[in-house]
Design a protein around this ligand. Sequence first.
Ligand code: FES
Length: 251
Amino acid sequence: MAEEVSFAVYRYRPGDKPYYAAYSVPVARGMTVLDALTYIKENLDTTLAFRASCRMGICGSCGMMLNGFPHLACHTQVDEVRGKGKKIEVAPLAHFPVVRDLVVDLGPLFAKHRAVRPYILEAGEGEESRQLPEELERYLQFAYCLKCGSCWAACPTAATDAHFLGPQALAQAYRYLADTRDRGGGTRLALVAQSEGAWRCHFAGNCSKACPKGVDPALGVQLLKRALVRLPAKKAVVATAVSSAAKKEAG
Ligand code: FES
């Protein structure tokens, strides 16, 4: 039987003052937060804006703050986030510009993702890209990233430093660094060697708690630091010099 649950939903239109609107939603067992938001939109307030597409934790569109922590709304049941009898506060993903209501601009995340060149670099032409299963295992978990922004929204460093490359981009830099088919390690290490790169991470570990796909970006960043420490001294100097150009690209 459905039970009424209270939702406090962040509302914002450009030019207006943001506020929280209260809604009461009949929640049946197994209902997700996305189902509840859809109920609100269809039955209580058609003006509510939120983003969703696949409804199955694949596209990464529906990231939002639920009681102060990032979640995918389609991947989170109401019962998981509400305490006994408590209401659920729904807000846009933290550390991103808000477009409207629960919709944020993920542009800064994508710009940083692009900056680490998230593709195989400099593989020889016509070269066969063979890879052993154990080589695939070195980076496979990082390849599950949805680019939903949850790790970024949970990161205390991203909260205070807009130039920080962030857990998503850094984990992807490691994903390609660890790929035996890739020859672009030097370029990426130069990028992550910058002051707003891997060393800016304080290893709070929130990014790994927030990832809905079980990726461990905090581990990726630590592995990047290890790769940087192992760089021969001469290369490390070059990496630091190149990093200022790379920083510009990351915005
Ligand atoms: S709607 Fe695609 S991940 Fe939630």
